[in-house]
Ligand binder design. Sequence first.
Ligand code: EPU
Length: 431
Amino acid sequence: MTKYIIHGGKPLSGEITVSGAKNAAVAIIPATLLVDGVCRIENIPQISDVTLLLKILEQHGASINTINKHTMDIDCSDISRIGTAFDLMRQIRASYYLVGAMLGRFGRAEVSMPGGCDLGVRPIDQHIKGFTAMGAEVEIRNGIIYANVPRGRLHGAEIYLDVVSVGATINIMLAAVLAEGQTVIENVAREPHIVDVANFLNSMGADVRGAGTNVIKIRGVDKMRGGFYSIIPDQIEAGTYLAAVAATGGEVLLRNVIPKHLDCITAKLIEMGVTIEDREDSVLVRRTDRLLRTNLKTLPYPGFPTDMHPQVAVGLCLAEGTSVVTEGVWDNRFRYVDELRRMGAKIQVDGKIAVIEGVKALTGAPVKACDLRAGAAMVIAGLCALGTTEVEDVFHIERGYENMVEKLRGLGAEIECVDVIEKVPSPGIAI
Ligand code: EPU
């Protein structure tokens, strides 16, 4: 086990390169199961969720060749087994994409129920509704999803999602690319990684249209060949470093970004008094004066992303005035609030709404990363706080951020990753 130790109170400055998008990579890697040939994929982020997915594919018989740190050849032509690696699958959310991909390619899937961050109830009913409409029978027994297509191959269908779901949109798209006939999915999610997954599938021979709008049409093809694809930069990783500079002050150039994907985040930061300059594939962020209060509500793209809520909330804890944050996607995204309170933040939560009263400074404290984005928020809080902050359970952070400690050190942050030595409980004082 490791933890991060941060000596805060210094502004960030310098340059940083953003890695490939986690939520695109965790869908594209399972999507290689659909392809009969070698997929060369570039800009794969080095994060533990990706490592786990690659292990899961290998256990199913995929051949994986590392070309360099961020480029791999994945060949799923000779998948020899399904119904294995349940323990690994259980550890991540994105294992649910294996269901869509396996159903599409083999007409059968056995995948354990997904894990991932605890953000409240995380149903997969919309994924199952889609698979069922396409001719699959789906059953959940003993924590395993068993899906089967009695006629062997899925057929096209018209599917209207009851909620805008990133996972269901991608999963149904994966199932549909090799199905017989046309599938139309309405009320779909429009996040940049949805478009990226569609582009990946098309570059391997699929026929997916409309990704990025709220209707996706997929004409099933008989086979997908291999090819080359480069994953887009991570919108949320970039947003996290923007939020970090907003909170600490300073000036940083973020390289390898798509500025358009960041508009939903930068619009809010600009309201808070942060200066943002878009360049072709980089963004300069600067903050000199005290942050201003604002209100924000998380929504599906192009709304403000739920995955940026805790990180931006840290800045609001230090802003002048009172801000209101409304979580519009998850039931339980406020677990970071107790941790921030230990550092002197003034936050009241009622249901899905947090009222944040800005304070002049946060103070260092031992805190926990409750989930991936809450963990990133704790790091940001530690970077601005006076004194020392120790962030525990950083495995959550390492699921989704490549080399966060090294990247921040490159910006002048005093942060280190140390091994945790088991504490011997104190005997206490006899009374
Ligand atoms: N929902 C349903 N039924 C479903 C699916 C979703 O009711 O079948 C509801 C959820 O309960 C939630 C809403 O729909 O209230 C949106 O959920 P969505 O399916 O979009 O979330 P997800 O696919 O499980 C992905 C990201 C999350 C991100 C959300 C929202 C991955 C692996 N995960 O989750 O990312 O918060 O979309 O943008 O792509 C993260 O990266 O830290 C993270 C948690």
